[in-house]
Design a protein around this ligand. Structure first.
Ligand SMILES: Nc1ncnc2c1ncn2[C@@H]1O[C@H](COP(=O)(O)OP(=O)(O)OP(=O)(O)O)[C@@H](O)[C@H]1O
Ligand SMILES: [Mg+2]
Length: 353
């Protein structure tokens, strides 16, 4: 079936490798997100998969068929893929119906078949009432659904989405995330979804590939990426984590700001330094010293903000490192107060990537 496999895929523009030796297997029927900051190579990867761009090195296979290599690139229209661009690219002079069936007309299907397929897709995308409107008479979210319907009606094996929700307001974006996932589950095509929004990736994807400077830094389930980041980049990009650094004491402890911290996630090398991530809401703050000795660091409150449901603290430890901690909304600890930070060992993740 239509699994998509990228093998050592590289795209260079001049000396710069915009996509740099990327290997990834996307199983048939799964939804994979490419997630990363602006310029990291997401769109280029998607265009390589679609066949709009030729690789400098490496291959792309769909099932067991080679579709891209430096020597051969199958044109986009022969790939059984649909790509949705960020701008939707609807035809303004055509109604919703005309936009949606355009691809079927090109394929010269008979009228009856077209009508049946149209009916089904307008129902799934909840566009029936809007069928005779023009794009200019639709909201952003409705246009988004027309773009989806148009891409889906041709029954692609692979659906490629490039930041499909970035033009929508926050509420609609949230609703459409579930819509994208629902349609994916209903039709079970293979989906590659590009976004720079981590919560969008977390709510839609089976597999998240975090990209940085043309490379996949880490690929894993949303839980993997969130709970077990392997590199500083992933920890900061995904979990709004603090990243602290300390000298290795043995294979499970570092010294940090005069304290001894037990860390998890990897065995530490003798004698080196290790970066450790800890998420803002996993740090506990107290005015009196907690019972345990390990994983407790004295600090001073630099600032404190009340956020309704929680409090957001900036604290500074002896070596000058500042950490953010999000706690319950309970009692406020004033700026300048001396506090103890408890950094639970199970939340102190050694970053080895
Ligand atoms: N045709 C091109 N010629 C030269 N450089 C290019 C070309 N297309 C893209 N690039 C460069 O490749 C890098 C990656 O671009 P790409 O569009 O893949 O990033 P992206 O991750 O999609 O970013 P964004 O989130 O901003 O859309 C950028 O530095 C970009 O300037
Ligand atoms: Mg892009």
């Amino acid at each position: 079936m239509a699994s998509v496999e990228l093998q050592n895929l590289t795209k260079r523009y001049g000396p710069l490798a915009v996509v740099d030796d990327v290997s990834l297997r996307i199983e048939h029927g799964s939804l994979v997100c490419l997630l990363g900051p602006s310029g990291c190579g997401k769109t280029t990867t998607l265009r390589l998969i679609a066949g709009f761009v030729e690789p400098t090195e490496g291959n792309i296979r769909v099932g067991d068929r080679l579709v891209s290599s430096p020597a051969l690139t199958l044109p986009p229209e022969q790939r059984k893929m649909s790509m949705i661009f960020q701008s939707y690219a609807l035809w303004p002079h055509m109604t919703v119906t005309e936009n949606v069936i355009y691809g079927l007309k090109l394929r010269k299907l008979d009228r009856d078949t077209i009508r049946k397929k149209l009916d089904a897709i307008l129902t799934t995308t909840k566009l029936k009432e809007l069928a005779e409107r023009y794009p200019g008479e639709l909201s952003g979210g409705q246009q988004q659904r027309v773009a989806l319907a148009r891409a889906l009606i041709v029954e692609p094996e692979t659906l490629l989405l490039d930041e499909p929700l970035s033009n929508l307001d926050a509420n609609l974006r949230e609703e459409m995330r579930f819509e994208v996932r629902r349609l994916h589950d209903a039709y079970r095509y293979t989906t590659v979804y590009v976004t720079h929004d981590q919560s969008e990736a977390m709510t839609t994807a089976d597999l998240i590939c975090v990209m940085n400077a043309g490379k996949i830094e880490q690929a894993g389930t949303p839980e993997d990426i969130y709970d077990r980041p392997r590199s500083e980049f992933v920890a900061r990009f995904i979990g709004s984590s603090n990243v602290i650094k300390g000298k290795n004491l043995d294979d499970a402890h570092i010294s940090f700001a005069g304290a001894r911290l037990r860390v998890t996630g990897a065995k530490l090398a003798a004698g080196g330094e290790t970066a450790v991530s800890i998420r803002q809401h996993d740090i506990r703050l107290s005015k009196t010293a907690p019972q345990q000795k390990d994983n407790v660091v004295p600090a001073t409150v630099v600032r404190q903000v009340f956020l309704g449901g929680s409090r957001d603290y900036m604290v500074e430890v002896a070596d000058g490192t500042q950490l953010r901690a999000v706690t319950g909304a309970g009692e406020a600890i004033a700026q300048g107060s001396a506090v103890f930070l408890h950094l639970p060992a199970e939340h102190c993740r050694a970053l080895t990537g």
